[in-house]
Write a protein that binds this ligand. Structure first.
Ligand code: ADP
Ligand code: NI
Length: 232
């Protein structure tokens, strides 16, 4: 495919995402999409994979997410029409649609849904190699310094308390429990999700990048706890 045609596809994907996520103030705005796209490009380069689909999926992944759009089935059909108009092959369109609808953390908790068994048999989340890269880039954006900031931002927006020593982190969350924030604290979110993300990464590059981010989060939590107890 001509380099200019590829660049133009990315430009179109950015405009499509901007129109749908530009107003977001929940941590899923264009700044998140841009970081995920940068990281997806880096991982694809390091892994020797064509970055086009990982980067496209990075820009588009939150435009069909059910926590952001009222009707995600309809959003997926809109996206299918958009991608169909770009001149991508049918296989690439299906790869992108599959990636954006299956890559989220909440989706991976949803074991009861149709097709979950087939997905499990096909490997982690049943994603393509492009999908594995975009999913890694998205998950890296939830850890490290950016991850700490996003957790606090999200927690504040949803009225979470910062910490309560009497509330233990929950384990083996279902999708519903994950979205139930009644007794959630920002501190517990690290133990319920963020510290475990590194073990769900698909590519060696992402696992390497995660190491430093993991150390940063552990240092942060140790410091937080020590200050809370008046020890530091
Ligand atoms: P996904 O899109 O993969 O399902 P989420 O929408 O659940 O991911 O998470 C988006 C961002 O919000 C992440 O940075 C995540 O850590 C943060 N977040 C999600 N749930 C909570 C929570 N209960 N408390 C604090 N931050 C949260
Ligand atoms: Ni995301």
């Amino acid at each position: 495919m001509d380099e200019r045609v590829r660049d133009e596809m990315v430009v179109q994907a950015i405009a499509y995402a901007q129109e749908r996520l530009g107003h977001d103030r929940t941590g899923h705005g264009m700044d998140h999409a841009e970081r995920v796209a940068r990281m997806a490009r880096r991982i694809a380069d390091e892994e020797g994979v064509d970055p086009l689909l990982p980067v496209m999926a990075a820009y588009l992944h939150d435009t069909v997410d059910d926590k952001l759009v009222a009707d995600s089935a309809r959003a997926l059909e809109e996206l299918r029409a958009f991608l169909g108009g770009l001149g991508l092959s049918g296989t690439d369109v299906e790869d992108l649609l599959h990636t954006v609808s299956r890559m989220s953390f909440a989706e991976s908790l949803d074991a009861g849904r149709e097709g979950a068994a087939a997905d499990a048999a096909a490997g982690p989340a049943g994603l393509s190699s492009a999908g594995h890269i975009t999913q890694d880039a998205d998950r890296l954006d939830a850890i490290g310094a950016i991850g700490v900031t996003r957790a606090i931002y999200f927690g504040g927006a949803h009225g979470e308390r910062i910490y309560d020593p009497a509330v233990s982190p929950r384990q083996n969350l279902t999708r519903e429990e994950y979205r139930n924030l009644d007794n959630e604290t920002i501190y517990n979110h690290f133990y319920e999700k963020l510290l475990g993300l590194k073990d769900t990464l698909n590519t060696p590059s992402a696992r390497r990048i995660a190491e430093r981010r993991q150390r940063f989060m552990l240092d942060y939590l140790a410091e937080f706890k020590a200050e809370w107890e008046g020890l530091a």
